[in-house]
Design a protein around this ligand. Structure first.
Ligand code: PXG
Length: 442
């Protein structure tokens, strides 16, 4: 076995790391080597409290025995089964369990391997559905500023992060964006959903009028914007988006890659907001991140609408070698069982008020200009150094790590999303560490 704790800088070089300042990292690498429940152990043997469930994905905590054993058993029984024109029992069993967790009549599940693929799948299903319904002119997508929908060309196009878009040319044609809803002047330090901002949903009416409803296939939004710093939707904003989509016959896609699987105390954000979208994209918590897996779940009318033409003809010319991979299905089934057995979604719901109070106790701490929370998501926004965006939060991020706490840094925001097994003592530790780090930070 290679000793991954003692690598030289030379051996670091070949790996081109994703979304990472490679040269900076390789000059001072941070390595994780093992993990259990709420903690990582880093390359120096230090325990690091996981304040972000890895990257918003290890919702049941690390290296859960039941998941490990399920994957081990599956890899010994059958490593792989062809995904096209063949099946294996786990894929069907898991699809039924996912559908049962989904709201309303969302009852069919298409598998992929990452949130990015789940999003591109949803966009392709939308186009294919409208074509099947004789409305092939509905090709346009509406995303939102500051939205993150992964890194495929479709997801990048409907996403609203200029850094993620600017290197990659024209992306997908025919995409427009709603404005984001963050406004510190109107909503700083709001607990939960802001009361200001529902009117921003009316911007969808403006875009629909501009492009004509007959050209629009779907609107895609994250119920709570995660990656760009936990932007909580204003009260009734999402309900208004649903109404406007209904009025114009436009499909509404909720990207629940982060908000899925209990993050808000409900199976999906859709239930938290009491909305039935037409499709839900999910990944991350689906397998507790043990094996990569994602899914796009659709309402009955979408699946039924695609089941036309001769019986022997493929209905959707789309899929991946690893769609419904046996190891991922084994991990997914074991994960969903843990969520149910331990009541982890309910646990998140019950802990959310404690989480909210703890986070908001940081109000007044040096550099803090906003605190946001919903469910077990949280964000602390800092005043940047003049002329140096992102530098102060990066310093805070590194200092937290040195103090044994893993958080996420995005722009001017420190983002938090602990595993749902988090205990009050861990929440206290997360907040105390951030408090200390910020007090000492220039
Ligand atoms: N949609 C949403 C809403 C996401 O948050 C994706 C799609 C893409 O998933 P994949 O599996 O292709 O990465 C995501 C991913 C962060 C962070 O720190 C967030 C994500 C990934 C990595 C880091 O905010 N979200």
């Amino acid at each position: 076995m290679p000793d991954t704790t003692r690598m030289t800088t030379n051996t670091l070089e070949p790996y081109w790391m994703p979304f990472t300042a490679n040269r900076q990292f390789k000059s001072a690498p941070r390595m994780m080597v093992s993990a259990k429940d709420m903690h990582y152990t880093d390359g120096d043997g230090r325990r690091v409290l996981d304040g972000t469930a890895g990257m918003w994905c290890v919702n049941a905590g690390h290296c859960r025995q039941e998941i490990v054993e399920a994957v081990q058993a599956q890899v010994g029984r059958m490593d792989y089964a062809p995904a096209f024109q063949w099946g294996h029992p786990g894929a069907f069993e898991l699809a039924a369990k996912i559908a049962a967790l989904c709201p309303g009549d969302i009852d069919h599940v298409f598998y992929s391997n990452s949130g990015s693929e789940a999003v591109d799948t949803a966009l392709k299903i939308a186009l294919a559905y409208w074509r099947a319904k004789g409305q092939a002119h509905r090709t346009r997508f509406i995303g939102r500023e500051r939205g993150y929908h992964g890194v495929g060309f479709g997801g990048t196009a409907v996403g609203g992060i200029s850094n993620n878009r600017k290197q990659f040319g024209n992306l997908l044609a025919g995409v427009d964006h709603l404005p984001h809803t963050l406004n510190l002047k109107e909503m700083a330090f709001t607990r939960g959903q802001p009361s200001w901002g529902a009117h921003l949903a009316d911007e969808l009416e403006r875009l629909v009028a501009l492009h004509d409803p007959s050209t629009i296939a779907a609107v895609i939004v994250e119920p709570v914007q995660g990656s760009t710093g936990v932007i909580v939707p204003p009260q009734v904003y999402l309900q208004k988006l649903r109404q406007i989509c209904d009025k114009h016959g436009i499909l509404l896609i909720f990207d629940e890659v982060i908000t899925g699987f209990g993050r808000l105390g409900t199976p999906f954000g859709a239930q938290y907001f009491d909305i039935v979208p037409d499709m839900i994209t999910m990944a991350k918590g689906l397998t507790n991140a043990t094996v990569p897996m994602a899914a796009t779940a659709v309402r009955k009318f979408i699946y039924d609408g695609m089941m036309d033409g001769p019986q022997h003809v493929v209905e959707l010319f789309h899929g991946y070698t690893y769609s419904g991979h046996p190891l991922a299905c084994a991990a997914g089934l074991a994960t969903l069982e843990i969520y149910a057995k331990e009541g982890l979604f309910e646990r998140a719901k019950n802990l959310a008020p404690y989480w909210e109070d703890a986070l908001h106790s940081l109000k007044g701490v040096r550099h803090v200009v906003d605190i946001r929370n919903l469910g077990l998501m949280g964000a602390v926004e800092l005043e940047p150094h003049a002329g140096a965006p992102g530098v102060r939060t990066f310093e805070a991020y590194i200092k937290c790590f040195e103090h044994g706490l893993l958080i996420r840094q995005t722009g001017e925001v420190l983002a938090l999303s602990p595993p749902l097994i988090v205990e009050k003592k861990h929440i206290d530790e997360i907040v105390a560490t951030i408090r200390k780090v910020l007090a000492d930070l220039p």
